[in-house]
Each structure stands twice: as C-alpha cells, then as structure tokens.
Design a protein around this ligand. Structure first.
Ligand code: VGL
Ligand code: ZN
Length: 190
C-alpha cells in the first residue's frame, strides 16, 4: 500500500514541531500518546532524507520565569527551559541533517508558531519550499498556530494527522476543523 510519505516531492519540506522531551512521557508538560508519533516521524524523516527534502525541527526554548509559566500568570507549568534536558528532542527521533527553529525565547510574549518572528518563512522561500508536511506537538497549540501561519504566509500545509497529539482532545478536534477550513490538507495514514 502506498504510504503518504511517498508523495514527498521537490518543493516540499518536512516540519517537526516541538518533539521535545518535556512534551513526552515523563516530561513536565507531557502530552498523552506523544511517544507514539516518534516511529511515524522517523519514517517521514527517512523518506525525506532519501529524496533530499529539507527537514526542519522547531523547539520551544524558554528562559526561566517565561511569561507562559503559571507562576508568571501564564497557562503552563514550566517546560522546555533553554538548554535543559527537557528541551532536547525526543531521544528516539532519528534526525540526521535538519535545521532547528528556536522559539519562545522572548521575555515579553510567547511564540506558539514557528513562523512567529523567527524568519522561518524567509528561509523556506530561500530554499524553494512551497509545501510543508507537518507533524509534532501539540496539535491544539504549536502545531495549530504554525499551520495557520504557514497558510497565511502562502505555503501549502499538509498535516499528518497520525503524527501529532493534542494537549486537550476536544481542542485538538476543533483545531483540525479550523485548519481544514483555512485550507490545510489533513493527511490520514502513517
Ligand atoms: C506548546 C504549550 C506550551 C507546544 C508550547 O509546543 O505545543 N504547548 N508551549
Ligand atoms: Zn512553551
């Protein structure tokens, strides 16, 4: 059976959003089922690498006392502290040659989207990428924000549904709806 990653072609890029230890089992902001997406993402990484398709991996990278942390009045427990073990990519992720997009470093606001003040769109255009295949964490937070911004920036966005998990199931479903309505393609299958 044809796997969806066989559709990868010139002009595509693979984007892994925040597949970091703090969002996985045992992490500070663990997302249910997060570890299950890793083997799938590895298939995508392998397929992309074989076809010379660029791989991008974003990471949440917060200073201590970041405004998104509960003690600072934010929504989340402390997570993904810059340079900490929890901020590292999942140990099972077979990243080979990839480009990291670091976000969430500001003291005055959070950045959920990989496109938020990172220059990522400029880099994608420079590298001839017009369409992004997206997986990672979390579906209803940073994946959602990134897909919506990517569309806004004019990229075709393909969400790999099985390769993402939400913090909150209901918000995840709503995010899928909103992304689809905004023009993202939701891909089913591994
Ligand atoms: C994220 C909550 C807080 C994410 C980042 O990567 O989806 N979620 N910071
Ligand atoms: Zn964060």
């Amino acid at each position: 059976m044809a796997e969806p990653y066989e559709k990868l072609q010139r002009g595509d890029g693979l984007l892994l959003v925040d597949v970091q230890r703090d969002f996985c089992a045992g992490g500070r902001l663990a997302v249910a089922g997060a570890d299950e997406i890793v083997p799938l993402l590895n298939n995508w990484i392998t397929a992309a690498t074989a076809k010379n398709i660029p791989v991008y991996a974003s990471r949440d990278w917060h200073p201590v006392r970041h405004p998104s942390f509960q003690e600072q009045g934010g929504k989340w427990p402390p997570h993904c502290l810059a340079d900490s073990d929890g901020a590292r990519f999942h140990a099972g992720l077979r990243l080979q040659e990839w480009l990291a997009i670091t976000k969430g470093v500001r003291f005055d606001q959070d950045q959920y989207s990989v496109f938020d003040q990172t220059g990522f769109a400029v880099q994608l255009r420079r590298e001839g990428v017009r369409r992004l295949w997206v997986g990672g964490l979390a579906l209803d937070v940073c994946v959602f924000a990134s897909v919506m911004d990517g569309l806004q920036e004019g990229f075709a966005m393909q969400l790999i549904r099985q390769a993402t998990r939400p913090v909150n199931e209901k918000d995840g479903d709503e995010s899928l709806d909103r992304m689809a309505r905004a023009g993202a393609i939701i891909i089913d299958g591994s």
